[in-house]
Write a protein that binds this ligand. Structure first.
Ligand code: C2E
Ligand code: MG
Ligand code: MG
Length: 585
């Protein structure tokens, strides 16, 4: 058999495997719109046997309305462009129910670049919608005041900016910070502080006009953007009215409170073209207002900007230096890994280790990933760096095993750019082979946005990895506002609750609610769930009560050097499984 033929057969087999084993609903159709193949999940969900669907037109499984849409719009579009995304269809089950699905498809072409068939992914959106709504509420609104939070504000501002660009309009961003709010909290208690924030939120809301958005950023910080502002007088009047509203006395539990605020204003397009810059500049102006004696407003100005510009220039210079430095780092072995244990509370056992990259910079000393990973991503250096990390981590895991230490899973962070490489799966396989590590001792940590970007491609890559026995985790879960409906179609094993939600337990009820919802959802989807960034006993207790038993954080261990990890593993294998949670500390 020729090599080419063997390779083709292997590809075909791999493809068939993917089709059978994927937890997603997949099908493909030919040029006539007839079904060629479907995944087992497709058949199970809709209740048909393979014989009942193969060679039948896809449209015969659609509701009359969807059928019309398919014939008139989506099928022609697909065969013209070779791709459709997120098309809402209603599909009929064998027992006559109607399922709401979202369909995305990509084309496969022959040597002459003609479309021969489609590969489509269906996502059942009927279920899980409630969970999504709840998390949406938690993720986009502030529970104390009911106002939009930072994420929603940014989303709306970005949308408004697109519109303003098109219509040549301006947008004013106002950053509002209460004066001496901390004093209220400290002397009168959080309860009163919270009530005060609620009253202020209501008053600010009353000042809004259609098209304006008010949000609470957290603490005593609010932000507003105004559309359709005619001139500076217009926004000054608005700011003054707001300051007056805030300054009116507030009666709370027989107490009369007086509070004021400082307001900073930036204007699109003069003070920035994007949401981040506008907010940052409004923030800078707000500090100026505070410096000028509070209870006042201040526009952002270029003088205020000089300092900022200087900083940005410096950063740009640093960046170029960093890039050159990073290239050197790879060749001169300045990169190394730290390893942070992951613990199961129930058994007290270490269940995994996360590999975290570090850079020993010859002049600047030890650099943390957030200082260089973004630049590595931008410049593409993340590809060789990622490969180094994967190789080193797998080799280390194998070395520990060879020393007779308890076998544990090695978790490796994967960056978006790496994951998108067409030969990513091959690389992982090659590294496993070369290091001799068994696939089920490797866990890849991906982020929500990575897997959400091109859903159908992701599902295939994930399934491909999964079939090999590699574990998959979603890192920083909850920060990406992913479409939860997709989640259960991904062959993933574990959610890692983002550190930022864990951090404020037990002081922030919003974050507590988000964490609880994520744990509950993981349980529904039968996924393992691990909390990151656990630093205190209180956080541990909270998580334990909600049946989240896997933890990673400084409370147990910081990222460590290999021999420190080896020591811990050794201690734990000789001691009787000391269960941390039942200890008396
Ligand atoms: P991550 O994957 O979410 O990693 C967890 C981060 O939280 C690590 O920071 C870890 O040191 C830190 N951490 C763990 N426990 C605690 C705690 O109790 N409290 C606090 N405050 N922090 C804790 P690190 O090593 O600085 O990594 C930051 C991020 O950089 C990682 O977040 C990951 O996104 C990225 N990163 C690290 N190594 C790699 C890598 O090899 N490849 C890629 N692509 N990204 C990496
Ligand atoms: Mg991670
Ligand atoms: Mg994380």
């Amino acid at each position: 058999m020729s090599d080419a033929l063997r390779q083709l057969q292997q590809t075909e087999k791999r493809y068939r495997d993917l089709y059978k084993r994927t937890p997603a609903m997949l099908h493909s159709i030919d040029r006539q719109g007839c079904i060629l193949t479907v995944s087992d999940r497709w058949l199970e969900t809709l209740g048909y046997t393979r014989d009942e669907v193969v060679n039948r037109p896809l449209v015969s499984f659609l509701s009359p309305h969807s059928r019309k849409l398919a014939e008139q719009t989506y099928l022609p579009e697909f065969f013209r462009t070779g791709r459709i995304n997120d098309v809402p269809y209603q599909i009929l089950t064998k027992d006559g129910r109607m399922l709401d699905v979202i369909l995305s498809a990509v084309a496969e072409r022959n040597e002459n670049n003609e479309i021969v068939r489609s590969l489509a992914v269906l996502v059942d959106v009927t279920e899980n919608k409630k969970a999504e709504q709840k998390i949406h509420q938690l993720a986009f609104y502030d529970t104390l005041t009911g106002l939009p939070n930072r994420s929603l504000f940014q989303q709306r501002l970005n949308r408004a900016l697109v519109r303003a660009k098109r219509h040549d309009a301006t947008i004013d961003v106002l950053f509002i910070d209460l004066d001496q709010f901390k004093g209220v909290n400290d002397t009168l208690g959080h309860g009163i502080g919270d009530e005060l924030l609620q009253v202020i939120a209501k008053r600010l809301e009353k000042c809004l006009r259609a098209g304006d958005t008010l949000a609470r950023l957290g603490g005593d910080e609010f932000v507003i953007f105004l559309t359709g502002v005619e001139d500076r007088q217009d926004s000054s009047l608005f700011a003054m009215r707001m300051l007056e509203e805030i300054a009116r006395p507030v009666r709370l539990r027989d107490k009369e409170l007086f509070t004021t605020a400082s307001v900073g204003i930036s204007v699109y397009p003069a003070d920035g073209a994007d949401a981040d810059t506008l907010q940052r500049n409004a923030d800078i102006a707000m500090y100026e207002a505070k410096a000028r004696g509070r209870n006042t407003y201040q526009y952002f100005s270029s003088e205020l900007n000089i300092q900022t510009t200087r900083r940005i220039e410096m950063e740009a210079g640093l960046r170029i230096e960093m890039e050159a430095g990073l290239r050197q780092a790879l060749v001169q072995n300045q990169l190394f890994l730290a390893y942070q244990p992951q613990l199961d509370l129930q058994s007290g056992k270490i269940i995994g280790i996360e590999a975290l990259v570090r850079w020993r910079h010859p002049q600047m000393g030890l650099m943390q990933p957030q200082d260089f990973i973004p630049i590595a991503e931008e410049t593409g250096l993340i590809i060789p760096i990622g490969e180094f990390v994967l190789r080193t981590a797998c080799a280390q895991a194998k070395a520990w095993q060879d020393q007779g230490l308890p076998t544990i899973r090695m978790a490796v962070n994967v960056s978006a750019r790496q994951f998108k490489q067409h030969d990513f799966v091959d690389l992982v396989e090659e590294v496993l082979q070369q290091t001799g590590l068994m696939p089920h001792y490797l866990e890849l940590e991906l982020t929500e946005s990575m897997v959400m970007e091109k859903v159908q491609d992701s599902i295939m890559t994930l399934t491909d990895l999964k079939i090999r026995g590699i574990h998959l985790a979603i890192d920083d879960f909850g920060t990406g506002h992913s479409s939860l409906v997709y989640l259960k179609h991904f062959p993933i094993d574990r959610l890692k609750i983002a550190q930022e939600f864990v951090r404020d337990i037990p002081t922030d009820p919003d974050n507590e609610a988000i964490v609880a919802a994520i744990i509950a959802m993981a349980q529904t989807l039968k996924l393992a769930v691990i909390a990151e960034g656990v630093e205190h006993r209180e956080q541990l207790d909270f998580l334990h009560q909600r049946h989240c038993n896997e933890m990673q954080g400084y409370y147990f261990a910081k990222p460590l050097a290999p021999d420190e990890v080896a020591n811990i593993l050794l201690q734990r294998s000789t001691a009787t499984a000391a269960c941390l949670f039942h200890g008396d500390h």
